[in-house]
Each structure stands twice: as C-alpha cells, then as structure tokens.
Design a protein around this ligand. Sequence first.
Ligand code: SDX
Length: 443
Amino acid sequence: MTTETQQSTDGGGVATSGETLTVTDNRTGRTYEIPIQDGTIRATELRKIKVDDDDFGLMTYDPAYMATASCRSAITYIDGDRGILEYRGYPIEQLAENSTYLEVAYLLIHGHLPSRQELDEWDHMITIHTFVHENVKEFMQGFRYDAHPMGMLLASVGALSTFYPEASAIKDPEVRYTQVIRLLAKMPTLAAFAYRHNRGMPYVYPDNDLSYPANFLSMIYKVAELKYNADPRLERALDVLFILHADHEQNCSTSAVRSVGSSQVDPYSAIAAGVAALYGPLHGGANEQVLRMLRRIEHKDNVPDFVKGVKAGNERLMGFGHRVYKNYDPRAKIIQRACYDVFEVTGTNPLLDLALELEKIALEDEYFIERKLYPNVDFYSGIIYEALGMPVEMFPVLFAIGRTAGWIAQWLEMIDDQEQKISRPRQIYTGPRGQQYVPISER
Ligand code: SDX
C-alpha cells in the first residue's frame, strides 16, 4: 500500500511536532499529516484529500455547527462541563457582584476594565446619545397596536442604519466608535418606545440624570410624575440582569451578527440580524416561553404530569438545556438569588415556587440527568422580569438590551480579525441535475 504524506503548507499554522492527525484515505491508500492547533484542525486542510485532480477535496459536514469553531475570540470563555463563564477572563460572579452593565460593556468592547476617567467618559458619551430621531416615533406608530415589541425592536434597530448612513464606513475606527456609542445608548430607548406603543402609552424621553438601568425603568414606567425614581434595588437587579446577558461567545444570535457583519454591512443591520435570531423561542425567546409554560402548569400539583409530557416528547421544558452548558448555567444561579432581592420590593411571585419545584423534580429525573439538562439563563430571568412588572413579550427585548454589548464586541473583533472574510459555507447538494424545461402548456 503506497502512503503519501502531505505536510501542511497553507495557513494550517506550524504544528508542534507530534501535534498532527495522520489520516489515511482508504480510497487511494494515501496518508496525510494534518496539523492540530488549539484542539482543532483547519477544515481547509481536508481539501488536500482527493481521489483525483478533478476532486474538490474533502469538506466537513456539521449541521448546526455542533463541532465547528467559526473564529478565534478573546471575549468570552465558557466551560460547559464546569459551569464557568468569564468575560475577558473575569468570572461572571465577580462582575455581577461588583460591576455595572456599562462597565462590563466597556470591558467586553475594549478588553480591559476602565479607569475612573475612562468610565466617566464612556458613561457620559452614552448618556448624551440616548435620544433617537423624532421620525423613529412616527414609524413606530405604524405598527399594529398590539405588535410584539421584539418585532418592533428588530425593525427599529435596522432602521437606525438609514438615520446614520455614514455607519457603512466600517473600516473607519472613529465611525465605528460613534455607532458603538449610539447602539448602546439607543437600544433601551427603542425598547422602551416599543413597550409604550404596545401599551398604548405616550413615549417617555430619556432622562439623562439617571443611570442606564434607572433611565430604562423611567422610560418604561413614568406616567404623570415629573420624575420617575426607580427603587434602587430594582435598578440594581436590572443592571445585574443586563450584565448576565451581555455576551455568551458564539451563540446563535452572535453568530448571526458575525455572519451578516462579514459582508461589511453597517453595524445596525448586523445587530438587527442578532435581534432577529434572539427572537426565536429556542434562544432569547425562551424566557417568554418559560413564563407561559409556568402559567400553564399553574400549580405544583400539576408538575409531575407536565414533566411526564416533556419526557414523552410532547414539548420541551423551556429554560432547561444548553448546547454548551452540561452543568448548571452559572447565570441561572445568580438570577435565582436576585429574585429574592427583587421580591423584597415587589412581593414574592408564586411562579418562583413553581419553578423551584419544577427544577427540583427535573434534576432528580433520569431523563434530564442523562441528557445533562439543567436550568439555563432563561429559566429564572422571566420571573424577575414579571416581578418588575414587565409583560412577557418584553422579556426577549430585555435580553437584547443586555446582549447588545456582546454583539458589538464580537462584531468589532470579527472586523479586525485578519483570518476572517465573508461568511459563505458550502453544501452537500441533494437535488436533481440536468432537468429540461417543459413549457407550461405541456405540464
Ligand atoms: C439561550 O447558545 C447560547 O449560549 C444561548 C444562550 C446565550 O446566552 O446566548 O445561553 C441563551 O438561548 C439559552 C437556551 C434557551 N432555550 C431554551 O431554554 C429552550 C429549551 N432548550 C432546548 O430547546 C435546548 O436545550 C437548546 C436549544 C437550548 C439546546 O439544544 P441542543 O444543544 O441542540 O440539544 P438538542 O435539541 O439536540 O437536545 C438533546 C436532547 C434531545 O433529546 P433526544 O432527542 O436525544 O432524546 O435533549 C433533549 C432533546 O429532546 N432536550 C430537551 C430539552 N433540551 C434538550 N428535552 C426537554 N426539554 C428541554 N428543554
């Protein structure tokens, strides 16, 4: 049997000796040495494996990217087996305890914690950009009275690209920075306007005297009072929720932002794609579905029958399971604790007891244990949002506000990554070939 060893030549990096995969193609008897780097092999290395010169070469086939790294990133680290989440190396528990959302946004986007002067400048720039063009109110009015606020947010974020056409100059660092500030500043305003439209209430303009979370609560809840002052415990709980939702490496919506952004479109359009992906019930829309599920279960006595239905495949236990976490989502633990802080102000929410009972039963059940299904970030967040008085339709919108910092950080990293280019996967073609057109009169 002849063996031909193909040594890596392009882009495969220089594997340290022994860090290679030896592959034998039994169709030809040829052997290939493929470098292993960072626990991966470059898929393009497989293109060398051919049966003849006309052969395109091997590819990988990985529906839903179960085992495919799409990029190198220094932003967020997750260890799914140990339930570890770090933003730029800082444990999420420390950031939730000590930081603010705007400081975490700075960390994610700049890669380091800000000095006092840097944070004050960052906070000031975001605060003075919270207003949106008056035309935004007019097209918001065009939505049905009961339009889902996530659909309105999706449309409004994309529409911002028409108000700031200069944003398409994505190679200009100063232009990029201005859009970063605008996105962080205006996302809560757009979200609040969508809520107020959905509730048939007048829009509340941003109050630049208030903190980021307090300003959002003011734009949501202010009615006739001259100034809306949120309870500081609720303001803090919302800030922690924004921190916990800020980034999560290459999740569905971030991958959408990176893929759409790889065409070099403006950041508003790229992040609108992220909002669209997050809207889905398997992703950011899960928190809304958790509340609907808990309301449907209604009482602890109904939990065993509900769990039986899940195990029979009738439906999923929303808020449970994760592609990466095969242990408890660290964010869920923090949110569960934050529930009690919020309930000090709002009074308890009976759905929490129901959720705790559901979690207890599920975590003792073989079906969930063998599939390593644990509560994820969405399981308890909806309970807090409901305690804050938010309607379920707003839950994915609140997720989007927090995730905006991560989407921005990932978009910026993608633009500066010299290894990246326009995202364009290949396919396995399964359709017919050589069809002959038949005039409709003969069909
Ligand atoms: C988020 O990726 C991220 O980082 C996302 C996120 C972020 O911060 O960006 O963390 C936010 O989206 C959290 C996830 C929110 N979604 C939900 O809570 C919806 C319910 N969860 C599932 O739909 C599911 O767990 C996913 C979508 C989260 C993960 O799905 P996977 O990894 O593709 O797993 P799978 O669908 O292949 O399921 C594996 C098995 C299957 O059973 P079998 O076919 O092997 O018998 O587990 C079962 C599934 O049926 N399963 C569930 C389940 N989740 C998976 N069974 C019941 N209830 C569930 N929730």
